[in-house]
Design a protein around this ligand. Structure first.
Ligand code: FAD
Length: 498
């Protein structure tokens, strides 16, 4: 797939010279000089990687504007006891990438896990709880056998199928398979309810919690990308420092005076001879020669139309509109001591329809895992409608909802409420508007690489003046820290050459 994909990046080098109101060019010698003034919007991994690379290349006037009071963006390690709870990114997708190399050099790698469907199966390792509608082991086994080959089948179709195939949604393809399975195995309505509930778990955990997408909008083409689980390149789990150490490493050569925290950019005016930055607190006096924009696709979806002057070229706006940006959620539930079986690896709540005592909120939850370095914490994964619904609740409401779920699913009224909940409400924060990008059905239908289209710089008078980095601008490893880091360095190098 990767080799078959036409590299169309060059086709999308936008030139907006004709639209310029002021076209007085900065002489190219000045433009390329190492004391050019460079603004970077966002101190997430892409922004930090861009700044760090520019400084390595000898640039001396680099300013990062970051809206929050911290660096890291969607990498958000929160100190807890002897380590860090990762509110955002936690894992590294494989070994063959720069983030793995950083983690290896820092000696923070803990273990690896092959999460390809045919070799690693949380269904096998998990303990299932379904309250008054106990699941028969025979049902679990039948369902397990049914789903085992599916991801491989989808991946094969993604890599070998035609354009129309690649724009099919995973939800639709699964629906076709499931119809056949249910016709054969779910003879009674109550059996169908059980398999529907198992299907819901499969959808929520394997696809929607992995891709941050409604699986009815998750196009098959995502499974032809490099960031798909690779049996020879397993997922890497770091120790309790994890991304905190990676973040420190990436930002080590950036002077703190270059990072302007609490500085939210309202608009970027590139109509004159340089770039003017307007913060929500007011305009910046200084004019910059170039800017690298690294804000999330979620933020661009909300604000791109008002954020740039002149407006973004149509092709870029189309990429912003059509690419998908969804959400997952992570709930760290802290208890005085474990109330669960210490031998289990994960606890799955299976909400069977029409089950006595069930509530509509039960379907918002599915998988709770242990974290390796603290025995008193459960990590709950949210996906599909879960993140938005839970983000809208107060901590108190989350606590009562999840405690009620556990008590009914495990049929144990003594399960305590968590003493503390750690979470970040990614869906309600306008700086993110979700968690990460995916290729939607509408994006796949265009037949274009919209990630490349998003990455293309805006060229003014032959010089790349407005450049774009961030995970969603990476053609293969979008949705990851690897994609964010590589895109930041890519744009620093592009800027240095242009
Ligand atoms: C819950 C969750 C789990 C994840 N799990 C993993 C994982 O296990 N492995 C993995 O590889 N990836 C994971 N990811 C994805 C990964 O975190 C992101 O792909 C990556 O961190 C994105 O970095 P970025 O620099 O592109 O964007 P961001 O981190 O979003 O950085 C952009 C920055 O811009 C700032 N900003 C936004 N708007 C403005 C503005 N107007 N003015 C100034 N500043 C602004 C933001 O505050 C932010 O700091 C996860 C993400 C989340 C949220």
């Amino acid at each position: 797939m990767k080799t078959a994909k036409v590299n169309i990046a060059l086709l999308f080098l936008f030139s907006v010279t004709e639209n310029m109101q002021h076209t007085a060019a900065i002489p190219s010698k000045t433009t390329n000089s190492k004391n050019s003034s460079i603004a970077i919007i966002g101190a997430g991994v892409a922004g930090l990687a861009a700044a760090s690379r520019l400084i390595e290349l000898g640039f001396t006037d680099v300013t990062i504007f970051e809206a929050q009071d911290r660096i890291g963006g969607r990498v958000f390690p929160v100190p807890f006891e002897s380590g860090y709870l990762q509110m955002g990114a936690e894992y590294i997708n494989g070994r063959n990438n720069p983030i793995y190399k950083i983690a290896q050099s820092l000696n923070i790698l803990d273990k690896e896990e092959n999460d390809a469907m045919d070799s690693y199966d949380p269904l096998k390792d998990a303990t299932f709880y379904s309250g008054n509608c106990a699941l028969a082991q025979s049902s679990i086994d039948k369902f397990l056998k049914f789903i085992a080959p599916l991801e491989k089948k989808f991946t094969k179709r993604a890599t070998e199928g035609d354009e129309a195939d690649k724009a099919e949604s995973i939800g639709h393809l699964y629906g076709e398979e499931y119809k056949k399975f249910a016709a054969e195995h779910a003879k009674l309505p109550k059996d169908k309810d059980v398999y529907d509930a198992m299907s819901h778990f499969y959808q929520a955990y394997y696809y929607e919690a992995e891709w941050a997408a409604d699986w009815n909008d998750l196009s098959l083409i995502n499974f032809a990308q490099d960031n798909c689980s690779d049996p020879v390149d397993p997922v890497q789990i770091m120790n309790k420092q994890g991304y905190k150490a990676v973040l420190d490493h990436i930002s080590a050569n950036i002077p703190s005076s270059s990072i302007k925290l609490n500085s939210r950019v309202a608009s970027i005016d590139y109509s004159g001879s340089g770039v003017r930055i307007n913060l929500t607190s007011g305009p910046q006096k200084k004019q910059f020669q170039k800017v690298i924009v690294t804000v999330s696709l979620g933020h661009l979806k909300k604000f791109a139309k008002t954020m740039f002057y002149p407006s973004l070229p149509q092709a870029k706006q189309k990429a912003i509109d059509k690419l998908g940006f969804g959400a997952i959620g992570k709930l760290f539930l802290v208890y005085k001591k474990p109330w669960w079986d210490p031998e289990m690896t994960s606890l799955v709540t299976v909400a069977v329809e029409n089950c006595a005592n069930s509530t509509a909120a039960d379907k918002l939850f599915h998988t709770f895992e242990l974290i390796p370095w603290n025995k008193n914490v459960l990590l709950g994964w949210l996906s599909g409608p879960g993140p938005a619904a839970i983000d809208a609740m107060s901590d108190n409401k989350v606590s009562t909802t999840v405690t009620s779920l556990f008590r009914r699913m495990l049929k144990n009224g003594t399960i305590p409420a968590p003493t503390k909940i750690f979470r970040n409400q990614w869906t309600t924060n306008p700086l993110f508007g979700g968690t990460y990008s995916y290729i939607s059905v509408a994006a796949a239908k265009t037949g274009l690489s919209l990630n490349d289209q998003l990455a293309a710089p805006i060229v003014v008078d032959g010089v790349a003046r407005v450049l774009f980095a961030g995970e969603a601008t990476h053609e293969d490893v979008y949705a990851t820290v690897i994609g964010a880091y590589s895109s930041g360095r890519r744009e620093a190098e592009r800027l240095a050459k242009n």
